[in-house]
Design a protein around this ligand. Sequence first.
Ligand code: PEP
Length: 250
Amino acid sequence: MARRPILAANWKMQKTVPEALAFAADFLPRVKDAQADVVLAPPATALHALGQALAGSNVALAAQNVNPEAKGAFTGEISPDMLVDVGCGYGIVGHSERRTLYGETDEFVAAKAAALFARDIVPIVCVGESLEQREAGQTLSFVGGQIAGSLARIPSERAAEVVVAYEPIWAIGTGKTATPEMAQEVHAAIRGRLGELFGADGEAIRIQYGGSVKPENVVELMAQADIDGALVGGASLEPESFAAIALFDR
Ligand code: PEP
């Protein structure tokens, strides 16, 4: 099945508002003819301004996090409605940094993904094993469990829209990339699990790879049968480098 590629930038805790706007001014003309979905996830403080800069362009806005509750006493948190307000089309949930640094569970990630869908924001649901799990031969069972747990509350009639990001923790920000074959093995297993959960819609779900993706390795990764995109940290911080990734098929 032909799945439209999706290349997303995760800026994490980087870029002020002026820096985000300067990025957009340089980046948008470079990618105006991209044949893929292109997404930028700035820090929360830059969502509003960047959303305005991206309005009417072919580049979508994503949040890096969300609280599943609609409103209330959750100091420091941001609700799905607030993300709708600033023009988010996507929301990253379950990034390994949030799972490991802030103790987020599959259950919490599932609640976030469902809350985003309820507001018509597409969740990008991240999964991935640690180095210890890989070395213990637990990668496929662990990631399969994360998929079942984190997607447990996705409405089945909308399952085809969800985006999954497979990000082996040992490859994030380390310069170590899974080889295309290693990544494909896990993507194929994820595809199988998605089929068990969602039937034929599992074929339509896009699965991004994340972990030290750069202009130099994106083509080889994207050539794999079940790799439909990339979630990019470090190499997304410069317009030239992320544009080269977004235009991987040129
Ligand atoms: C990420 O954090 O989602 C990521 C993949 O980072 P990097 O590209 O820097 O490894």
